[in-house]
Design a protein around this ligand. Sequence first.
Ligand code: AMP
Ligand code: MG
Length: 411
Amino acid sequence: MQTALSVEEARARILAAIHPVGPEQLCLDAACGRVLTREVCALQPSPPFTNSAMDGYAFRWDEVSPGCELPVQGTQLAGPAEPQTLLPGHARKVMTGAPVPAGADTVVRREDTEERPESVVLQVLPSAGRGANVRYKGESFAAGEVLLAAGTRLNAAAISLAASQGCAVLHVRRAPRVAVISTGDELVELGNQPGFGQIINSSAHAVASLIRQAGGSARILPIAPDQAAGCRDIFLSAVEDADMLVSLGGVSMGDADIVRDVVAELAGGRVDFWKVRIKPGKPLAFGEVGAPSGRRAVFFGLPGNPLSSIVTFYQFVRPALLKAQGLTELLLPRLTARLLAPARGPRGRRAYLVGRLAWQAGEAVFRPHTDQSSGGLLAAAHSNALGIVEEGVGSLEAGQEISVESLPLAT
Ligand code: AMP
Ligand code: MG
């Protein structure tokens, strides 16, 4: 009989078996959320030319005093322009983003001036002094600087930064391909009417959503039956086109729990461990699946209970998916919160309780839901965090501190 691993032991063994997937080139607009495999460097300085940060008038700081009147040397809108030099003792009207003429060093806001037909009165000078409201060429970065290092996960600002340098194509890690297989003779596909004794295959849709949210590409395969031959066929069809295979259900102690045997019998299939001291989710298998073609994929056998599959996904599959994309921050962010209601855990297993994390008077507070049953989804559907009751703690009372992992916002 295998001894059950702690969450950390199980996760360490999983992560040791995960390697980054290969690179691909993507057009910029498809790359948000992906991880760079090549750095992005500045092709030009930023800003590329000295320009105004305000609608106003450009002038020489040394030539003015509050209330002075300057003749206006034309208007410059943002757009293509001939470079200009400011005449001595003049001001040039400039709009936001327009080039500031050579010689000018400061811009006064239009609302701090009195505009006359040929001249402008500088009623209030900018309090920031010389250089106010001017964005100098190269003040953000110089040409050649590394803007985004390899390993950076691209957010919207990073996409914009790359676009500003004319990068239309980015080198990123491809999305790990994950096959999702639900097992169980009681399951029917979404869209069918379950008969007596049947339920809809709901967990596959949760797990596919979580895979996509973690940067993977998910493919839901047909439901595998609780008979070895049919189950094996579905597993084999999955291996050909997957980096990872996540099965749901069939890894516990029941008469129909055949998944571990099916995996072990596949060419090169292996189950490394299948018990973890976690609630919900104790039966959790990890290993490798193989096909006669020689193709191999990492194997996760998650429990089928809807809440168990979600909690174990967050603890084990998500970190693996992030590592496969070349990331190094793999765990959910943790913080300490004050409990608003008692939290109970089982003996000898770490409990993850679904609940709501919020802020009250500047303090993080966590309220575990009253229903923590592993088959229940109603509570999880209204949760934004997992509260942790360590093995050996048993229970925490309202008012005590609890470690909480905040769940990523759905995208
Ligand atoms: P198992 O791990 O196969 O013993 O399943 C545990 C419980 O989860 C049983 O009540 C199953 O009916 C249920 N279950 C298993 N797989 C799924 C699924 N894909 N969607 C919804 N419920 C499931
Ligand atoms: Mg089952």
